[in-house]
Design a protein around this ligand. Structure first.
Ligand code: ZN
Length: 161
């Protein structure tokens, strides 16, 4: 396993639409594991393949460090409710902004054995699923922010330690 370099906003790869995954190769399996490893070494709760320079529809999410989710070709089936809160992105280090998302999501995806499954998320998990799925269509949360991006002060203090 290895940490991957994260592409920063301004990199054109973050604005591209990703291609579906047809087969899970050993390389793709390694990519998924590396992506999880990468969020565990950062303050991230999720990461999408284009953020590490791979234009494929795969995202990893783990909002509590106990339930890693690998979603291949995720497709949103249902949404409900509304939540407004701060959102950040590993491609915009040290920033956050207010974004309104549905409070509930049901998503269909494939796992590393290409078995289809459904995942439901509320609150932060739902937010992470929307945020990461947006990346697969080249959408950054900055296009959804209400008001201005702010400095993530807590994170900066943490980095000084
Ligand atoms: Zn992001």
């Amino acid at each position: 396993m290895a940490l991957r370099n994260i592409r920063i906003m301004g990199d054109k790869i973050l604005e591209k639409v990703c291609r579906p995954v047809n087969t899970v190769t050993p390389r793709l399996r390694e990519l998924a594991k590396d992506m999880l490893e990468t969020i565990y070494h950062t303050y991230g709760v999720g990461l999408a393949a284009p953020q590490v320079g791979i234009l494929k529809r795969i995202v990893v999410i783990d909002v509590d460090r106990e339930h890693p989710h690998i979603l291949i070709n995720p497709e949103i089936l249902d949404t409900c409710g509304e939540q407004t809160g701060d959102e950040g992105c590993l491609s915009l280090p040290g920033k956050l902004g207010r974004v309104t998302r549905p409070n509930y999501v049901k998503v269909r995806a494939f796992d590393l054995d290409m078995n289809q499954f459904e995942l439901e998320g509320v609150g932060l998990l739902a937010r992470a699923i929307f945020h990461e799925c947006d990346h697969l269509d080249g959408i950054l949360y900055t296009s959804r922010v209400e008001g201005k991006l702010r400095e993530n002060v807590a994170l900066k203090d943490e980095e000084k330690k």
